[in-house]
Design a protein around this ligand. Structure first.
Ligand code: UD1
Length: 370
């Protein structure tokens, strides 16, 4: 049997924890070679390098070094450069037989476009999620990616239902569970044994964690300022750790909010954290306030209340079964959610099916047996 040459593509922070367990699961299967391609959408050490080290991932075989830019520019650069990579492998007699993309970032969609146009089939990990909000760049990325992929690896039942409704044939849709949770369960003991809390002078259960980076929350002062005011008020009762994404940092500076935050003793601002330090914090926090997709899922598995600063979610299982509540960018809803957590009246959740730490094994089997 001829060896299958897979190209696994990563680009931005949330991609790394989905590909790491997959590479581990593929390794023992044999008759298969995996080439890791990093588009360079995220390039800062704190958004990229640290994840390779901590997740035990091999360094990328190929770096496209696209960097930051407007959507069209960034997408175009990935398409152009990934196309060249695929052509080079083909010319060298080592053609890529299948591309694997994950998540919903610009790199995901761009790599898919480049591959399918060259006739290389693509598998999408985390397929089928839909927020039904086309103002989100990620929603466009999800729709385009899924439309072009013939192997759709789905993390929660809503994803399979969406794909069926969109007319994807049943044999393309595989409900396999959540690969990002594989990484969480694998590294949780190591994360908890770190001195992260001590370094920040925090005690388990006696602080909250905040992350905000979506354009819809951070790009306008009228939205960001009231959210931060609620957080500052709550931080008098519960210290809040706030690792700040570069986009958010730039907005805080632009809107002159830096001094206001610095003057709040309960707000502990940090740079973006590595995976293990962040998991140490998120697994022992009293509450999570976030607009991240991945953190809605992680808090659900960890049983941590999650106030999600979104009007909708492509991950409804985290609201229906898990610990997430959508508070939009409404300061009053955020305030009420924080109150419920502090009063001990916040809802409890359960871990969704197949979020069991073995999703990557199921994904690897589907890919290799295709
Ligand atoms: C991207 C993804 C988003 C994901 C997020 C996780 C898209 C459309 N968005 O958003 O879905 O939740 O990653 O972080 O793909 N920057 C740096 N250093 C870097 C990378 C970016 O400073 O290494 C700054 C640049 O100023 C850049 C800005 O962050 O313009 C935004 O980066 P970009 O990759 O375009 O989107 P994210 O907001 O990170």
């Amino acid at each position: 049997m001829k060896e299958l040459h897979l190209a696994c593509v990563v680009g931005a922070r949330p991609n790394f924890m989905k590909v790491a367990p997959l590479l581990r699961a593929l390794a023992p299967l044999g008759q298969m070679r995996a080439t890791l391609v990093h588009t360079g959408q995220h390039y800062d050490a704190k958004l990229s390098d640290v994840f390779f080290d901590e997740l035990g991932m091999p360094r990328p075989d190929v770096s496209l070094e696209v960097g930051s830019g407007k959507h069209g520019w960034q997408t175009a650069r990935v398409i152009e450069r990934f196309e060249e990579v695929l052509e080079k492998y083909a010319a060298a007699g080592e053609p890529v037989g299948r591309v694997v993309v994950v998540g919903d970032v610009n790199s995901t969609m761009a790599a898919t476009l480049a591959a399918v146009k060259l006739g290389v089939p693509v598998a999408h990990v985390e397929a089928g999620l839909r927020s039904f909000d086309r103002t989100m760049p990620e929603e466009i990325n999800r729709i385009v990616t899924d439309a072009l992929c013939d192997m759709l690896l789905v993390s929660e039942p809503s994803g399979a239902a969406n794909l069926r409704r969109e007319g994807h044939p049943e044999e393309h849709v595989h409900l396999v569970g959540n690969a990002m949770i594989d990484t969480l369960l694998h590294l949780l003991p190591m994360a908890k044994s770190r001195d992260t809390l001590a370094r920040l002078e925090l005690r388990p259960g006696c602080y909250g964690v905040v992350t905000l980076h979506r354009p819809s929350n951070v790009d306008r002062a009228e939205t960001l300022r009231p959210l931060l005011e609620v957080l500052i008020e709550a931080s008098a009762e519960l210290p809040l750790v706030f690792p700040v994404h570069p986009r958010t940092q730039a907005c805080i500076e632009r809107f002159g909010l830096g001094r206001r935050l610095a003057a709040a003793p309960g707000i502990v601002r940090t740079e973006p954290l590595g995976y293990l330090d962040f998991l140490a914090l998120s697994s022992q926090t009293r509450v999570m306030v976030t607009d991240s997709g991945g953190l809605q899922e992680e808090s659900t598995v960890l049983g941590i209340p999650c106030l999600t600063a979104r009007f909708n979610t492509e991950r409804p299982v985290t609201v229906e079964q898990g610990t997430s509540t959508l508070v939009g960018n409404d300061p009053k809803k955020l305030q009420a959610g924080l109150r419920a957590v502090l009063d001990g009246s916040y809802k409890q959740g359960r871990c969704p099916d197949l979020w069991d730490g073995r999703a990557a094994e199921r994904i690897a089997r589907v890919i290799v047996e295709a």
